[in-house]
Design a protein. Structure first.
Lengths: 111, 510
């Protein structure tokens, strides 16, 4: 249950930063915290206290962690990193034109 | 086993990764490779259709490819049934017309543009072909990243702002989709769509509701349906015209495909009915359609207006599909096809017409029609098709949608279809009239105009751009007269949507 609690707290924290903060970089950080919360939940949920699922032939294993959620989460992390990179690039671009990264002051983001 | 469907994804992907290297060697070769990629992809699709013509006629068309030789449900497989084939053909056709248009339209940073464009092509092919739900997530995120980069392609303040807005909404939707996929995996232990579909009904109804709600929210954000429609018009407005044509003509249809696949094949419509989500969705879609047309009435910007009208049409398509009748699917899929060509054609024509104007605003639309008569006539034909004038394709599809609503007694839906057409008459006729208004230009104005439109100053570019506009108009008029042509593919796709058991058997039995 502990991991669910942390997941909810992190997710809400990220959502707070995304919605309530007006600094665009803080928004992106919030988005990343939300992603991290989901990944954390997935990994901790799939952890059944077993071994790593890489074994030599003939070795006896009674209990091992499912590798599929870990692989999926890796894909998710890569996608999250690339979207964050693209968003930050666009924010730098925006800063060049408008001189600010406060979304309340930028025309086109404040409606 | 047919390796051709793997190459449908690989060819655009390879083209996308080759173009930067070609640029290093000789930038003039780039367009040659773009055309080569298109031709190869078309050859693959046409050869798939010709080789399987008999099974297409019989209605048992199905192709599958196991990636790495692993059989489903353990391995990932690519599967192509009637619905996938229909969507693959129309998205490919639309994307190819737009890439030829882009050759004329995009004047700077062409190399980067084609890389992103071919990644969109690969990702939309991947979404349409895959039989694995996590693959759908990966390809959706590919679509999000590449289309976000293309929206910000103009490198102005508005473009960057619109791209940031688009990306934040869509990344959030992607995150929800990821959560949904993982929830399915934790509960069922599989990612293969057919395998999930077989076991989904055995879950507790609380978990079913949670998973359906998460997928629903994710896809509704992506499509821009009612509660989440506010990011859409801005990004349609600021993106370059061919990109807007892709966003509205292709991406929204790909998301509709995902919607149909997930809620008919994977989760199952019976589950939606038992969770009481179907009525809610039908009404949401209709409200979204209503609001889209209403916002379009007050819009003073031609591209934003077309964006709002897109919201209206997507809502209408979603509503008519939600009826879950054969007639509903017939009308919905036909309207998907016709809206795809009409909207893409309109944005393509807009890209030509708006070269002459200072902004996309209504007041700057003055006199546009007088200076480019033939393109403006094509534009008017496309607008009339959007309204639903009889000999054009828009009429045929709207007619079937209306009949489907009346047949299942959804009078609110029928009202929305007619309301949409009536408001469309008002907000389009305004622009047509403005376009024919006389405008007096001084010598200085003309000089400024020539400098402000460097893209179309080269003759062959203007030729290409106007040719594609005419091609879209020809498609609308031609298929409007012969819309019976779509009868066979539509029946085939409806069969593959409705017969979930057969899909499961074909994918798993291979």
């Amino acid at each position: 249950m502990f991991n669910n609690l942390i997941f909810i707290i992190l997710f809400m924290l990220g959502f707070y930063a995304l919605v309530m903060k007006t600094n665009l970089i803080k928004n992106v950080i919030g988005l990343n915290i939300m992603e991290a919360a989901v990944f954390f939940w997935v990994i901790s949920f799939s952890d059944v206290g077993g071994e790593v699922s890489i074994h030599k032939l003939g070795e006896e294993v009674t209990k091992f962690n499912d590798p599929v959620p870990q692989a999926l989460t890796l894909t998710g992390i890569v996608i999250g990193a690339s979207t964050a990179a693209l968003l930050l690039t666009l924010i730098i671009e925006l800063n060049k034109f408008s001189g600010t990264i406060d979304r309340e002051k930028i025309e086109g983001l404040n409606d | 086993m047919d390796i051709k469907i793997l190459f449908l994804i690989l060819v655009p992907l390879a083209t996308a990764f080759l173009i930067p290297f070609i640029d290093l060697i000789n930038a003039k070769l780039r367009r040659f490779f773009v055309l080569l990629g298109i031709l190869l992809e078309s050859y693959l699709i046409i050869s798939i259709i010709i080789n399987n013509f008999q099974s297409l006629k019989k209605g048992d068309f199905f192709l599958q490819y196991y990636l790495g030789g692993w059989q489903p449900p353990i391995g990932i497989s690519l599967a192509m049934d009637g619905l996938s084939l229909l969507f693959a053909v129309i998205t490919a056709l639309s994307l190819f017309l737009i890439v030829i248009y882009s050759i004329g339209y995009i004047g700077h940073h062409e190399g980067k543009y084609y890389v992103l464009y071919f990644l969109i092509t690969a990702a939309s092919m991947g979404v349409v072909l895959t039989a694995d739900i996590f693959n759908i997530y990966v390809f959706i995120e590919m679509l999000t990243i590449t289309s976000g980069a293309l929206i910000g392609f103009k490198r102005s303040q508005e473009a960057s702002a619109a791209a940031i807005k688009y990306l934040i909404y869509n990344v959030l939707a992607g995150l929800l989709f990821f959560l949904g996929v993982l929830l399915i995996y934790f509960n069922l232990g599989t990612l293969n769509m057919a395998d999930i579909s077989r076991n989904f009904a055995s879950l507790k109804s609380g978990i079913q509701l949670f998973i359906s709600a998460i997928f629903l929210t994710a896809i509704l954000i992506k499509m821009g349906i009612f509660p989440f429609l506010f990011w859409l018009p801005k990004s349609y407005d600021t993106a370059p015209s061919p990109v807007t044509a892709v966003l509205s003509g292709v991406l929204s249809k790909v998301y509709l495909y995902i919607f149909i696949r997930i809620f008919w094949t994977v989760i199952g419509f019976e589950t939606l009915v038992s969770l009481n989500l179907d009525i809610l969705l039908l009404n949401l879609a209709l409200v979204s359609s209503f609001l889209g047309h209403l916002f379009a009435l007050q819009s003073n910007n031609i591209k934003r207006l077309l964006g709002y009208s897109s919201i209206g049409h997507i809502g209408m398509i979603l509503a008519v599909i939600m009826l879950n009748t054969d007639a509903g699917f017939y009308g919905g899929l036909l309207h998907i096809i016709s809206h795809m060509f009409m909207k893409a054609g309109l944005f393509v024509a807009c890209g030509y017409l708006l070269q002459y104007t200072r902004s996309h605003a209504y007041r700057d639309f003055k006199g546009v029609g007088i200076r480019n008569r033939s393109v403006f006539i094509a534009f008017i034909l496309l607008l009339l098709s959007m309204i639903g004038m009889p000999p054009l394709l828009g009429f045929a599809s709207k007619w079937y949608v209306l009949m489907a609503f009346l047949e299942s007694g959804s009078y609110f839906g029928a009202f929305i279809v007619i309301f949409g057409s009536l408001t469309a008459v008002i907000y389009y006729l305004r622009y047509i009239a403005k376009g024919f208004e006389e405008v007096k230009l001084t010598e200085a104005d003309l000089k400024e105009e020539i400098f402000s439109r460097p893209l179309l100053s080269v003759l062959y570019r203007e030729k290409i751009v106007s040719f594609i506009t005419y091609a879209y108009t020809a498609i609308i008029v031609g298929f409007g007269l012969g819309f019976r042509f779509f009868d066979l593919p539509l029946r085939m796709s409806i069969k593959s949507v409705m017969d979930v058991e057969k899909y499961i058997e074909l994918v798993l039995g291979g």
